[in-house]
Design a protein around this ligand. Sequence first.
Ligand code: XMP
Length: 315
Amino acid sequence: MLEVEDFIRGAVEDIRTKIKGKAIIACSGGVDSMVSAALASKAIGDRLLAVYVDTGLMRKGETEEVRGMFEEMKISFKMIDASEEFFASLKGVADPEKKRKVIGELFIRVFEREAKEFGAEYLVQGTIAPDWIESGSTGKDTIKSHHNVGGLPKEMGMTLVEPLWDLYKEDVRQVARALGVRSSERQPFPGPGLSVRCLDEVTPENIAIVREACYVVEDELQNASKAKKMELPWQYFAALLPTRSTGVINDERMYGKTVVVRAVLTKDAITATPAHIPYEVLETISKRITNTLGDKVTRVVYDVTTKPPATIEWE
Ligand code: XMP
């Protein structure tokens, strides 16, 4: 069991000792980066700059929500809209590892510009235990290049500070609650954003479909949980598949896209089981997705695979 207050005190002291000058952190609004930013901000105040890069791959309403969080927590921040650059770099890239690489590298370039401008010598990162375990730091094979472990630090010439290194997601959530970080109950979201959930070409149009489908899944499951029809799963979202199939819209046959709904239960994201969503809730999700995106999506399916052998995300 994590002693939350002790952890916070220790982490703040540790950050204060380590960081002598200015530090920067890339914040996506996820619980890991926000907790790291909150701890660092407590430790060094305005010598920390939190940078939010809008890659165009964010969820619905996310950018404004993150701005609100920074303001509420009085963390000094900067918002950067780099979506056009990201879509241009992702043109024609289908391979998942290549996508991660392209996004990771561009992210570094955008972030590096800001770090130089701010004069940061230290880089704070929200890396948690499953990130480095799965990325092979223990000598295991690399499962995937998590972009918050992959490329950022070495070439940038900044000293790395990772206050959450030994923590698992649930520990981070406890710390978040104690610090009043609003994203404490937010679901985990991959560093490369909705591109991970878009198995079709990453274009603004396809990302708009995934964004809406993810929003519908989140909204309907949250409604179902409030109505006591089910407990909220650990993670729940939609992904757009490259598979096309025939559908019928307004009596006309069309070749539409397929959305898969994924909802899992897990403790540590290393293994997972599919959530038992009541059938009526699944049907509501399917109807709402096809009603909202009916000119593009003609099929909705539910993924009932455990991890392993599947992963939680589709990518
Ligand atoms: P998989 O799909 O490997 O995902 O079963 C395990 C958990 O990790 C999340 N995930 C990421 N988290 N950066 C992150 O911080 C990433 O690049 C990334 N990719 C996947 C995923 O959503 C799931 O909760």
